[in-house]
Design a protein around this ligand. Structure first.
Ligand code: AMP
Ligand code: TRP
Length: 322
């Protein structure tokens, strides 16, 4: 079976962009692959975090992944910092990554804009750690949202460069992006992607009332025509969310709302979102109370540790360390 690896940061609230762009795809293809899913806490600290909240968010993220349907019997779920090989390989990969490659990363440019002295070296170097995550496990497939494809491309380039010097050490992975859903946009600012900590997100743990309110006030336009037109960012994004939650195709959706206005559409949209998210929230509360999360994360780390350590040892040996 092909090997899947993907990760999610335990910072901020997990939102429907994460769900539709990544988590849902992970859940749906669990039976087809060997899966490893990682809560990337070392990536979270590239920007400052409150220690107490970070620890809670790591457990919350794990609980939410399980509530969304990640099955710990079929997939491995673990916390990045539990396996020190990730940091160690990241350092080694740093030494094989030309500055110019790293400087091309658009996410860093966006995140560091106007921040100057506040930006950490870690934020700049973030893709080397992500490459280490992926390359430690001979990953074939990396299912991510569109914003991460450039980082996976970099992991491929680093793997190829390393292999060209030392022979076939790393498997060269491939990003897989699920469309539509690969880029869910903000509700208030549909020109920007929905992101953690943004005010225009729908969190997986939001109450039904909050979801209704947020959707009711989402930005649209004055056309009042319900059509999938990518030039009309606001309504297009809402329609995409509708498509993914309802399972209907675009033609069916346009027909359903042909005679209706935005207010009716938004009401329906809120209901399809609420109907899907409510069971996730309930399941999350059950899992949290069961006390199982800690055990699952420990078991996950125990499963991946030997794989990661073996690969790291091979790399260290081949480059002459120790
Ligand atoms: P992050 O929250 O940045 O750790 O992202 C976890 C996963 O969710 C990654 O695969 C991202 O590409 C994906 N993701 C994050 N935001 C969005 C979004 N607005 N639309 C689609 N996918 C997203
Ligand atoms: N950088 C990814 C994000 O922000 C998270 C991540 C870290 C990841 N390591 C990874 C995703 C490895 C895929 C594979 O979304």
């Amino acid at each position: 079976m092909k090997k899947v690896f993907s990760g999610i940061k335990p910072s901020g609230d997990i939102h429907i962009g994460n769900y539709l762009g990544a988590i849902k795809g992970w859940v749906d293809s669990q039976d087809d692959f060997d899966n490893i899913f990682c809560i990337v806490d070392l990536h979270a600290i590239t920007v400052q975090q409150d220690p107490k909240i970070l620890k809670e968010k790591i457990r919350e993220t794990a609980g939410l992944l399980l509530a969304c349907g990640i099955d710990s019997e079929k997939s491995v779920l673990f916390v990045q910092s539990h396996i020190s090989a990730h940091s160690e390989l990241a350092w080694i990969l740093n030494c094989f990554t030309p500055m110019g490659w790293m400087q091309r990363m658009t996410q860093f440019k966006e995140k560091s804009e106007g921040q100057k002295d506040k930006v950490s070296v870690g934020l700049f170097d973030y893709p080397a750690l992500m490459s280490a995550d992926i390359l430690l496990y001979d990953t074939d497939i990396v299912p991510v949202g569109e914003d991460q494809t450039q980082h996976v491309e970099l992991a491929r380039d680093i793997a190829k460069r390393f292999n060209s010097i030392y022979g076939q050490v790393f498997n060269v992975p491939k990003a897989v992006v699920t469309k539509p859903g690969a880029r869910i946009m903000g509700l208030q600012k549909p020109e920007n992607k929905m992101s953690k900590g943004g005010s225009d997100t729908i969190g997986l743990l939001d109450s039904a009332d909050d979801i209704r309110k947020k959707i009711a006030s989402a930005v649209t336009d004055s056309d009042n025509e319900i059509k999938f037109d990518s030039n009309r960012a606001g309504i297009y994004n809402l329609l995409t969310i509708y498509e993914l939650f309802s399972g209907l195709d675009q033609g069916e959706i346009e027909k359903k709302f042909a005679e209706k206005g935005y207010a009716d559409f938004k009401k329906d949209l809120a209901e399809v979102v609420v109907v899907d998210l409510e069971p996730i929230r309930e399941k999350y509360n059950d899992i949290k109370e069961s006390g199982e999360i800690e055990k699952i994360l420990e078991k996950g780390a125990d499963k991946v540790r030997p794989i990661a350590e073996k690969k790291l040892k091979e790399v260290k040996n081949i480059i002459g360390l120790g």
